[in-house]
Every structure is written in structure tokens, then in C-alpha cells.
Design a protein around this ligand. Sequence first.
Ligand code: ADP
Length: 395
Amino acid sequence: MDNIKRVGVIGGGQLAWMMGEAAQQLGIELVIQTPHPTDPAVIFASETIFAPIDDAAATAKLATLCDAIAFENEFINLEALMPLQEKGVCFRPRLQALAPLLDKYHQRCYLRDIGLPVPKFVAIEEEMGGWGDGEMGREGIENRQFPVPEHPFPVVMKARRHGYDGQGTFIIKNQEELTAIWQKIGNTPVMLEEFVPFERELAVIAARSVTGEIVVYPVVETQQEEQVCRRVLVPAELDPSVNTEINAIAHTLLNSLEAVGVFGIELFLTPDGKVLVNEIAPRTHNSGHFTIDACHTSQFEMHLRAVCGLPLGNSALHCGGAVMVNLLGYEHSHSDYLPKRQQLAQLPNCHVHWYGKTESRPGRKLGHVTLLLDTPDKSSAQALAQKVESIWYEG
Ligand code: ADP
């Protein structure tokens, strides 16, 4: 066994904050690299290096203070970290497992190449190519040759790096919008993909240990509004064959990457029952927050177990089901919203998690609420989510 007792974490947002709670329970210390003293996870850190996430010199210092380094955030400078790994710094997952995932286009190519089902996609490159060949020339867009006739609008344009919560993702309905958005972000490398008229969006969290053990959490339904996750229904009501297929996708992906730690997998379920992989997060994920209150082992404990070389935990639900609702900022303010949080806490079987951010902005993730259910019933989960949202956004 590795005997890892001090884990470095690159990133100090709410994911690291929730890892902090799990670390305390496991008797593991966290050392955090994050830019601001007000970042949520700072309160759980035994030491903090205040530096940007992509500051590799700061990560070199972090490495001297811990036994292994984990990531809460993938906006890193991978190339600059490689020499550290070559000198023996233990990154978990190792950098080779992150390399194919950091750029959305490279990620899509990787998923396609290992045989996983993905939406049709194309990168806008200098070289002219065609839809399906994986590349298309800038001239294609500028000369209004896009989309190609067999793939009509809408299409989806995505910044290849640094997108999150729908930032950098644009659903484009017509040529005018395409031209306008291309002019706005045309200097950023982008990927275009077919719009998937999904029946539902699904997600699954899976973890792989140093020894190759894999555990998969229940598949969930995620509900996005304006490309931001609003609620997660647990478990997703699915045909068993779809569950089996998603489990197989998780195994293929994690084994192929030789991953260590928790990975989030976002999927589309099409109206004819096909599963497509939308995106991989090489870390803990918003769609897995329910695991803190609803599963035997939370995704955060699971991640730390994997990073520390411990046996993985139990990913099963200890209740019939759950619904998780994100508490998103809806105004600019410095409030801690205590009265609303107290009101939410009074709902039956309700767990309120507040990330301690000092500033609220529209769309910013400030906290989340998980309500546990006796039975997996979608309509009562949906009604509870509505109740939470009416207290939070209207109350
Ligand atoms: P981010 O990395 O910003 O979360 P995603 O790729 O996950 O970006 O996109 C955010 C949301 O936008 C998705 O959850 C989905 O609702 C919508 N979306 C993204 N790609 C497509 C697509 N190809 N077809 C339809 N909707 C999409």
C-alpha cells in the first residue's frame, strides 16, 4: 500500500471543499494550490499555495509538501507539469491519462478511437477537410459552406479548452448566428458538432484504483437549463440494457486511460434509445454530488481512496433514490442567504451544502441540496426539486 497521507490538490473550489470534508474523515491532509484566500477549500487545507491553477512552478512547490497530487480542475498546463512527473512527482491520475481529455476535440477523437459512441464532430483547422474527417477549414465557415447539407442546423460550437457550465458552448440555429458567434470567438480554437435532439441527458461517475479495480455509481438523469446543470435525478429510469451499456462505456474508458481516481461521464440518450458520450471530466463532477448523502461512499471519499492507493468503497445507494438541486446565484450580492438555507433544511430528508463563497453572481454555483427518497420515483423527485427551486429563486 502507498501510505499516502498528504494529498496535494490543484484547485480550491467547491469540489476540493467537498474533498476536504472526506479527507478529514479519512485522516488525510490536503495541501491546496488555488489563486484566492477566499476560495472554498482553503478552510480545509493544512497548507495553501496561493497561485493560479496553471502555475507549474507553484505545483513544483506543492509537490514538496505532499505525497501525491490530485486535480479538482483540468485547466492546467499539462506540458509544464510533464517534467515534474518525469522527476518522480506522483500525479493521480497520471498526466498521460489527462492528456487526451483536456481539449474537447482531442477528447472526442480519443473517445471515437477507443470505440465509444459520440456525436458527429469536426474541428475548425487551417486545413480544409470535411465533416466526419474530423477537420474543416476556416474558409468553410467564412465562406458560409457550413453546415454541410446533410447536417442542417442547429449545430453546436464549443471552445476546445476552458469551457465549463456551458461557457464556451453555443447552440447555433442558423447561418446568421453562426457568423455572429464565429466573429465573436473565431480566434479561439473551436469544435463544431451535430446538435443531438436528446430525449434525456444522463451522467455516471466511475472510479478506478491503482490496482485496476473499477466501481460505477448509479446512472443519473441530469437536467440542464441554458447549458448549466440545474438538477440531478437518482437513479435515472432506464431500460436495463441502457444501464449495462453505460457501465460498459465507463469500464472501457477508465481501463483505456489506465485512470486512477473518479471520472465523470456525461451522456445523451437519443429518442431511439442510443447512448452518445458528450463529455468526460477527469475528476469529481457535479452530477455526483448526490453521493455524499445518498451513497455508502461519496465520490469525494472514493477519489481520495483511489489517489491514496486504498481499496475503493461502496458506490451503491443506501436509500431508494435522491434528487440533487444546484443553488445557483441569481443576483450580484455578498449575502450568505442564511434564512433561505434554513428554510431548505426544514424540507424532509434534506441536506444543504453551502460552499462558503463570499460573492454571488448570476449562474455561479453557491451550494446544492440533496433530498433522499424512499423509492426511486421521478415525479416526486421532480416535485421536490420544484419546491427547492421555488424557495431558492422566488422565496
Ligand atoms: P460544458 O463543458 O460547458 O459543460 P457541455 O459540452 O457539457 O459543455 O455542454 C453543456 C450543455 O449543452 C449540455 O449539457 C447540453 O445540455 C448542451 N449540449 C452540448 N452539446 C450538445 C449537443 N451536441 N447537442 C445538444 N445539446 C448539447
